[in-house]
Design a protein around this ligand. Structure first.
Ligand SMILES: *[C@@H]1O[C@H](CO)[C@@H](O)[C@H](O)[C@H]1NC(C)=O
Ligand SMILES: *[C@@H]1O[C@H](CO)[C@@H](O)[C@H](O)[C@H]1NC(C)=O
Ligand SMILES: *[C@@H]1O[C@H](CO)[C@@H](O)[C@H](O)[C@H]1NC(C)=O
Ligand SMILES: *[C@@H]1O[C@H](CO)[C@@H](O)[C@H](O)[C@H]1NC(C)=O
Ligand SMILES: *[C@@H]1O[C@H](CO)[C@@H](O)[C@H](O)[C@H]1NC(C)=O
Ligand SMILES: *[C@@H]1O[C@H](CO)[C@@H](O)[C@H](O)[C@H]1NC(C)=O
Ligand SMILES: *[C@@H]1O[C@H](CO)[C@@H](O)[C@H](O)[C@H]1NC(C)=O
Ligand SMILES: *[C@@H]1O[C@H](CO)[C@@H](O)[C@H](O)[C@H]1NC(C)=O
Ligand SMILES: *[C@@H]1O[C@H](CO)[C@@H](O)[C@H](O)[C@H]1NC(C)=O
Ligand SMILES: *[C@@H]1O[C@H](CO)[C@@H](O)[C@H](O)[C@H]1NC(C)=O
Ligand SMILES: *[C@@H]1O[C@H](CO)[C@@H](O)[C@H](O)[C@H]1NC(C)=O
Ligand SMILES: *[C@@H]1O[C@H](CO)[C@@H](O)[C@H](O)[C@H]1NC(C)=O
Length: 655
């Protein structure tokens, strides 16, 4: 033991002398202290590295390992680089060793300082590579391939023109299978970052930090689907060309580049061409599609993930003039690259409830299966596609019925829009597709007139109104309308109407009657006037003293007008003259007939009220009262005159 210690002391002394002598004669810079490690805990290869300058000169290195408990030196000579990989078999890894490097540049020899340590404890992980990034709301997740849980140091800052200072976080990674994962919390997912990372072992006794990863960019999350602009496909001989364009993504999300993938999906994949998806960095792409309905989806991708898909729905090519299929290839053999498609349609639009595809490789069995699955009286849209120069092409598109039936319903809302004397306008709504049960070939319209056989005409299947001509005026008609398919005539919609009687006749009759009545009235008026003048010549003014004209009790007096003459023989009292005047007026009125009697009575009752005063008052007072009344009566008169000319005559006389 003593000998050993002595030897060790000697050993140290020798090293010192050696270094001293070498350094004396050297002109070069000594290399840095060598660093020897393995890249992970399971590794059996050790790596030794050191720095040396000047770089690139003609220099060789000798690497020394001296086990301090042994005298044996194991030099690795003539190393051309400043790095050496050594298998653990020829190294002492479990004990403390001294390690140094000698650089031989020309004549001079430079020796590095000595590093002591146990090789096995020294672990320096590799720099994480191919780091995948993704956003979990505002937390950033980093992951990379590695079996070894480690301590990571992450350095990051916002990626902006005026960048902030670097922020640093030290975190433990979590292991998921063979990947290590790290979550950096509370960032902003709508911002972009510049990040670097390094890791070290958490198991090794002497862990070394790995080298920093190169800085990498973390773009903001692609939260929204690309904004795809609407386009209408252009028809090119059975193929539809669709130019899909979209707007660039938000700049923060576009950091590091965005790629877009364009997919075309349809009800029958690979019919007729193989499905392809296109990757592009541009903001538009041209796709060729068949006449069947397709969905075109655009997804944006950046380093941190992908956006939700933007979907553009392209319906089946317009159905405006879809005809009935003359023939299909359902029962026939067809060439490779051709495929048939059947859409089961329930309503007017061309969105299928079910879709079937048949390719040339399908056997009889599959064809039979499709046929049995198809229903009678149901509309199918039949396509015949081909793959032409890698582009789908539709060569046939028509309506197919496995079996046609007659319509199950009559045309709806059948009504008479307007009827005249000799014509009528009819209107209706088409029979809905689910009730059609076949292809409507025409409408059958029948008209029935009383006691005559019905007349039927054919109307175009696309019509929804009709003008009936040459009808008999004032006649009742029954009309019926029914849809017709190949299978026959469907239920009828019935309506009845009566044409108007001849109008010109009516008008003239009314006119004539009116005119006749007018003439008759005028004639009557003149005749009556003449008769009156002859029968009742103008009566001289009677002089009636103390005649109370309007006593309701004296009804009999009114009736017995003949007695007036007798009364007129009484001596004249000048004060009663106005009253007598009134009496004559009343008489005149009375003469004209029963109708005027009422009026006279009314005037009477008013007069009887006035009586007490009028009997004592002067002639003038009565007159002014009369004049006042006149104004009121005038309006009444106007009306009376309008009603009957006779009244006017009488009144004017009395006035
Ligand atoms: C050392 O030399 C190599 C090539 O000879 C060169 O790529 C490297 O940059 C040099 N390093 C320094 C620090 O001069
Ligand atoms: C480097 O040195 C070796 C001998 O030590 C010599 O043969 C060789 O020519 C030298 N090369 C250069 C580039 O100096
Ligand atoms: C290493 O061991 C050798 C003997 O094998 C000895 O000559 C040398 O001085 C030792 N060097 C150091 C630095 O211990
Ligand atoms: C990283 O990705 C590249 C290609 O992207 C691949 O060649 C390399 O092997 C990957 N490295 C690791 C450690 O997965
Ligand atoms: C993000 O980090 C916060 C803070 O640690 C945490 O509360 C939240 O659950 C994390 N969100 C996700 C989606 O991981
Ligand atoms: C990492 O985990 C170790 C225990 O496994 C713990 O002592 C240490 O504090 C953790 N470090 C961080 C930064 O969480
Ligand atoms: C990013 O999101 C935060 C809230 O999460 C919001 O306050 C900020 O305005 C957003 N920035 C941008 C550029 O949208
Ligand atoms: C349309 O397609 C048919 C069959 O593929 C071809 O014969 C014809 O020449 C094409 N017409 C045009 C204008 O491309
Ligand atoms: C297109 O997408 C819609 C849903 O967005 C789906 O209902 C429809 O079936 C799709 N059409 C095709 C042809 O894939
Ligand atoms: C059916 O044949 C007729 C005449 O042969 C033709 O006019 C019509 O376009 C064809 N219909 C379809 C759907 O091919
Ligand atoms: C018209 O239809 C009604 C029933 O709606 C019927 O009673 C009438 O006899 C029909 N008239 C003719 C002329 O057919
Ligand atoms: C109406 O069409 C049927 C066939 O659908 C035909 O038999 C009939 O002669 C046609 N009638 C008229 C008046 O054209």
């Amino acid at each position: 033991m003593e000998t050993f210690q002595h030897l060790r002391a000697l050993h140290g002394c020798v090293i010192f002398l050696l270094i001293a002598t070498i350094n004396k004669g050297s002109t070069c810079e000594p290399p840095s202290m060598p660093l020897c490690f393995r890249q992970n805990e399971g590794e059996t290869v050790y790596i030794c590295e050191w720095d040396f300058s000047p770089n690139g000169t003609n220099v060789t290195f000798d690497l020394y390992f001296n086990d301090t408990s042994d005298i044996i030196t194991t030099p690795f000579k003539n190393i051309k680089e400043n790095r050496k990989e050594i298998n653990e078999e020829i190294l002492i890894v479990g004990d403390k060793v001294d390690i140094w490097v000698e650089a031989h540049a020309g004549d001079s020899v430079c020796t590095s300082p000595i590093r002591s340590g146990i090789l096995r404890h020294t672990v320096k992980y590799e720099t994480p590579q191919n780091i995948s990034i993704s956003w979990l709301r505002n937390n950033l997740s980093l992951s990379w391939q590695s079996k070894y849980p480690s301590l990571a140091e992450v350095s990051f800052r916002k990626y902006e023109p005026l960048s902030e200072t670097w922020e640093k976080r030290i975190l433990n990674t979590t292991r998921e299978a063979s990947t290590q994962k790290l979550i950096i919390v509370n960032l902003l997912k709508n911002a972009s970052y510049q990040v670097r990372i390094r890791v070290q072992s958490i198991q090794a006794e002497n862990p070394l930090w790995s080298n920093w990863s190169p800085d990498f960019l973390v773009p903001a999350e692609l939260e929204h689907p690309p904004e795809v602009e609407k386009t209408t496909p252009t028809l090119l001989n059975g193929t539809r060309r669709v130019t899909v364009t979209w707007k660039p993504m938000h700049p923060a999300a576009a950091v590091g580049g965005v790629t877009y993938s364009v997919h075309v999906t349809q009800y029958s994949p690979r019919c007729p061409c193989k499905k392809k998806s296109h990757e592009t960095r541009a903001h538009s792409h041209v796709v060729y599609v068949s006449y069947s309905a397709v969905n075109i989806t655009v997804i944006a991708r950046n380093a941190a993930g992908h956006s939700p898909p933007a979907t553009m729905h392209i319906p089946a090519a317009s159905s405006a003039d879809l005809k009935s299929c003359n023939q299909t290839l359902l029962d026939k053999k067809f060439k490779k690259g051709t495929c048939l498609e059947f859409y089961e349609l329930q309503d007017a639009d061309l969105i299928p409830e079910r879709a079937w595809c048949l390719t040339s490789t399908h056997r009889k069995k599959e064809r039979k299966k499709i046929k049995t699955n198809m229903m009678d009286y149901t509309r199918y849209l039949y396509f015949e596609h081909r793959c032409h120069n890698g582009k789908p092409q539709t060569v046939q598109m028509c309506l197919y019925y496995k079996k046609e039936g007659v319509p199950s319903k009559e045309p709806q809302d059948f009504m008479i829009a307007s009827d005249m004397q000799d014509s009528a306008d009819l209107s209706w709504k088409e029979i809905s597709y689910e009730h059609l049960h076949g292809i409507l070939t025409l409408y059958k319209l029948c008209t029935v007139k009383m006691n005559e056989p019905q007349e039927c005409i054919n109307i175009s299947a696309s019509a929804t109104k009709h003008h009936l001509k040459d009808l008999t005026p004032g006649t009742k008609y029954n009309v019926s309308l029914a849809g017709v398919t190949q299978a026959g005539v469907g239920p009828v919609a019935m309506q009845s109407f009566t044409t108007l009687p001849e109008k010109p006749f009516n008008v003239w009759i009314s006119f004539g009657l009116l005119f006749g009545f007018f003439l008759f009235t005028i004639a009557c008026t003149t005749i009556l006037k003449r008769i009156k003048n002859k029968v009742f010549p103008p009566v001289p003014k009677p002089v009636i003293p103390e005649f109370s004209p309007c006593q309701p009790e004296n009804q009999e007096i009114w009736e017995r007008k003949e007695e007036v003459d007798n009364l007129s023989l009484h001596p004249i009292d000048p004060e009663t003259s106005p009253v007598s005047k009134q009496a004559t007026v009343l008489e005149d009125e009375w003469d004209d007939g029963a109708e005027q009697k009422e009026e006279a009575e009314e005037g009477c009752s008013g007069g009887s009220d006035d009586e007490r005063t009028s009997l004592t008052s002067a002639d003038e007072t009565v007159r002014t009262a009369e004049l006042k009344d006149m104004e009121q009566v005038e309006s009444e008169l106007a009306m009376l005159i309008y009603r009957n000319g006779l009244v006017f005559d009488v009144k004017s006389e009395s006035l």
